[in-house]
Design a protein around this ligand. Structure first.
Ligand code: A5P
Length: 252
């Protein structure tokens, strides 16, 4: 993937949400392990629990996470067989009301999608800077595409009103994902007005030949744990009483 796993050790908010996510992991659980700083904080803390005797198996969403999990002592398995994962713990780049997400700034969105789709619960860990009113506010919605189709996919994305930029490595060449694909980071002309607009865009992008997947994760997150610098954790739950969301906050 060409991107290294960033260090989350000095971020009290991410450490706090990682600790809160641990409480959702039962003995014997099969756990999807996300990618990025927040997910890394979780993997490291999960490894500490494993060394204390917790029995879990993990399915990593990137090579960097696999390396980190192995070093932490977590047993890794493939997605073979019929068994679902109990939960996946991952990060996100944007969280909108309704818990729709943008993911993939770290380059692992396809495996993150696959692992989340085979999990009963997707738990997302973020700092407060990831909370947005509308998806696209932070300016990048990643789209992974087959390299052969990069040109036509780019033109089709422009026709949808997006401004795509090919993700590059430090030498200026195409940065390939672990699946051997390119990523087009798409800036929308304006943020997506609501969940309906996000779903319309998702369907249009997925219909372009050569597109593998998008960073729009719509309706997948069961909960989002938001970490604050003082160690507080806010829990946002999808599908509260009137179909809305509910939230609760725990003290540091
Ligand atoms: C990786 O492809 C992404 O989806 C990450 O989950 C996302 O970029 C969040 O990463 P951080 O926790 O490092 O911000």
């Amino acid at each position: 993937m060409g991107e290294t796993m960033p260090d989350s050790g000095d971020d009290p908010g991410l450490q706090a949400v990682a600790g809160a996510a641990l409480e959702l992991v039962a003995d014997g659980a099969r756990v999807g392990l996300g990618s990025g700083r927040a997910a890394s904080a979780f993997v490291v803390q999960l490894g500490a629990r494993v060394r204390e005797g917790l029995r879990v198996t993990g399915v990593p969403t990137s090579d960097a996470t696999a390396r980190l999990a192995r070093a932490a002592g977590i047993a890794l398995v493939d997605l073979d067989g019929d068994a679902e994962l109990d939960l996946t713990v991952d990060g996100a780049d944007e969280v909108a009301p309704g818990l729709d997400l943008v993911k993939g700034w770290g380059g692992a969105l396809v495996r993150e999608r696959i692992v989340a789709s085979t999990s009963r619960r997707q738990v997302i860990l973020v700092g407060r800077e990831k909370l947005v009113r509308m998806l696209g506010e932070r300016g990048r919605i990643p789209v992974e595409a087959v390299p052969f189709a990069a040109g036509p996919v780019s033109r089709a994305l422009k026709a949808l009103g997006l401004t795509p930029a090919l993700r590059t490595d430090p030498a200026g060449g195409r940065l390939l994902t672990e699946n051997g694909n390119v990523t087009l980071d798409c800036r929308p002309a304006t943020p997506l007005a609501d969940g309906t607009a996000a779903r319309v865009l998702e369907a249009a992008v997925l219909a372009i030949p050569g597109v593998v997947d998008t960073g729009l994760f719509l309706g997948t997150a069961e909960r989002v744990l938001v970490g604050y610098p003082d160690g507080r954790v806010e829990t946002l739950l999808r599908g509260g009483a009137a179909g809305g969301d509910s939230r609760e906050t725990s003290a540091p």
